[in-house]
Design a protein around this ligand. Structure first.
Ligand code: TRH
Length: 395
C-alpha cells in the first residue's frame, strides 16, 4: 500500500475535474489511511465543493487532505509513492525529473470516464517516458470489469438507504432547503445542467401535467434560462417560481457530500458532466444525463455507448423512452436526426415507463458497485510496484 499520494488537478472548467480529484483524495485519505497531497491550480473551484478551503492559502489541510496551490515555479518536493495526474494534465518537469531520480513512485494517469468499447483495451497500458527511466500507466474509469470502475465510498449505499428510510432525516433535509417535505403525490426532480434549449418544453409539460412537480435547480449554468422562463432576469439561490402544476426552486450550490442527499431525496435526477452523473447512478433513481459537449461531436458516441449498456436489459418501450429523452435533452443526436424531438413529449414517454426504470436504476447501481475505482487503483499501483521491485532485483 502506498504511504503517500500526490494528485494533480488542472481545472479546465466547471466542477468535474476538481470534483473527481477531491472525491478520490478524500477516499484515499479516509478509507485507506494514505497521506494525500492534492495539487490544484484553481482553489476557488475547490472552495465551492469544500467550504473549508481558503482560496488565498497556498498550503492548507482540509478534511484530512493536504491541499496545495499548483503554481509556477513548482516547489522542490519529494514525489509521493503514488502519483496521479488527472484528465491529461501535464506534470511539472522538475517533479517528473524528481520521480525519475527517486525511482519509487508509481505514476498513474487517471483518464475521463467513458462507456465506449475501446476503453477496456487501453486501461492499464504503459507509456514509457521518451528520455527518462520512468513509465506512466493509463487508468480508465468505466462500467465493465475490464476497466478501472467507478469512485464509490465504502459506506455510500448504507448511508443512502438509511436516509431513504428515515423520514425525520428527510424532513430535516427539506427544511435545510427552506421547504416543507413534499407529499408523496409530488414528483421531485433535481435539475443540474448546462445551458439547454430543451428546458422550456420540459417546464411546459411539467406545468400542464396532472401530477404536481417540484423541480430543484442548483445554481449554475442553466439558471439564466430558468429565470427567463418565469420572466425573472436575476434568478438566484432561494428564488422560487410556480406555473400550473410546476414549482421550481433555485438551490445554493452545496458542499460535495451534501449533493448526494439531494439526489437521494428526488425521484428523477438531471445531471451533467462526469461526477454528478456517477452520483446519480449510485442514487439508484432514474436519471437524465446532459453530456459535456466536445468539439468534434465525439460526445455522441460516448452518450450512445452508455445508453447501450444501461438500457440493454430494458424492454423496447422503456429503452426507446429513455433514449428519446436523453437525446432530446442533449439537443438531438449524432447526425442531428433527433433534433426535432420535443423534450415535452419525450418526457411523457419517459414518465410512462418509470415503473420499469426505477428497478433498473437500483439494479444498475448494485451491478456496478463491485468494481471500485479506489480499490482497483491501489491494487494496480501495488502490482506495478511489485513488478518494478522484481525487475530491480533481477538486474
Ligand atoms: O461541473 P461539470 O460539468 O464538470 C465537468 C467539467 O466541465 C470538466 O471539464 C469535464 O471534463 C467533465 O465535466 C466531464 O459536471 P460534474 O462532472 O458533474 O461535476 C460537478 C461536481 O459538482 C460534482 O462533483 C458534484 C458537485 N456538486 C456539488 O458539490 N454541489 C452541488 O450543489 C452540485 C449541483 C454539484
Amino acid at each position: 500500500m502506498p504511504r503517500d499520494c500526490d494528485i494533480f488537478c488542472n481545472v479546465i472548467d466547471n466542477y468535474g475535474d476538481i470534483g473527481v480529484c477531491w472525491r478520490l483524495a478524500r477516499q484515499l485519505a479516509h478509507e485507506h489511511g494514505i497521506s494525500v497531497r492534492l495539487w490544484v491550480d484553481d482553489l476557488g473551484s475547490l472552495a465551492k465543493l469544500c467550504h473549508a478551503t481558503d482560496a488565498a492559502q497556498d498550503t492548507q489541510h482540509c478534511r484530512g487532505v493536504e491541499v496545495r496551490r499548483w503554481a509556477e515555479p513548482f516547489p522542490e518536493v519529494q514525489p509521493a509513492e503514488l502519483v496521479i495526474d488527472t484528465f491529461a494534465c501535464k506534470l511539472p518537469q522538475s517533479y517528473i525529473e524528481a520521480m525519475a531520480a527517486r525511482q519509487r513512485s508509481v505514476w498513474i494517469s487517471l483518464e475521463y470516464l467513458s462507456a465506449e468499447d475501446w476503453v477496456s483495451g487501453c486501461h492499464g497500458l504503459p507509456s514509457p517516458h521518451p528520455s527518462l527511466p520512468l513509465t506512466r500507466y493509463f487508468f480508465f474509469p468505466g462500467f465493465t470489469g475490464q476497466t478501472g470502475g467507478l469512485l464509490l465510498e465504502r459506506n455510500l449505499f448504507a448511508r443512502r438507504d438509511a436516509f431513504q428510510m428515515d423520514t425525520v432525516r428527510q424532513r430535516a433535509f427539506w427544511q435545510s432547503l427552506g421547504m416543507e417535505m413534499p407529499g408523496a403525490e409530488t414528483l421531485k426532480i433535481s435539475l443540474f445542467g448546462y445551458e439547454n434549449g430543451a428546458l422550456a418544453r420540459l417546464f411546459d409539460v411539467w406545468a400542464s401535467g396532472t401530477q404536481p412537480v417540484l423541480c430543484l435547480v442548483p445554481e449554475g449554468r442553466i439558471l439564466p434560462q430558468t429565470g427567463q422562463y418565469f420572466g425573472d432576469a436575476a434568478p438566484h439561490a432561494g428564488s422560487s417560481y410556480a406555473r400550473g402544476n410546476l414549482q421550481v426552486r433555485v438551490l445554493p450550490f452545496v458542499e460535495q457530500e451534501r449533493y448526494d442527499e439531494l439526489l437521494w431525496a428526488c425521484d428523477v435526477n438531471f445531471v451533467r458532466g462526469e461526477d454528478s452523473c456517477v452520483r446519480a447512478q449510485w442514487a439508484g433513481k432514474p436519471f437524465v444525463w446532459q453530456i459535456y459537449p466536445q468539439h468534434d461531436a465525439v460526445h455522441w458516441q460516448k452518450l450512445q455507448a452508455f445508453l447501450n449498456l444501461y438500457s440493454a436489459s430494458l424492454s423496447t418501450a422503456a429503452s426507446e423512452a429513455m433514449q428519446g429523452l436523453w437525446l432530446a435533452w442533449n439537443g438531438g443526436g449524432e447526425a442531428g436526426q433527433a433534433a426535432s424531438i420535443n423534450s415535452g413529449q419525450a418526457w411523457s414517454a419517459f414518465a410512462a415507463v418509470r415503473s420499469e426504470l426505477d428497478p433498473r436504476a437500483q439494479g444498475w447501481a448494485r451491478e456496478l458497485a463491485a468494481n471500485n475505482l479506489a480499490l482497483n487503483l491501489l491494487d494496480f499501483s501495488q502490482e506495478i510496484g511489485r513488478m518494478r521491485a522484481f525487475k530491480i532485483e533481477g538486474q
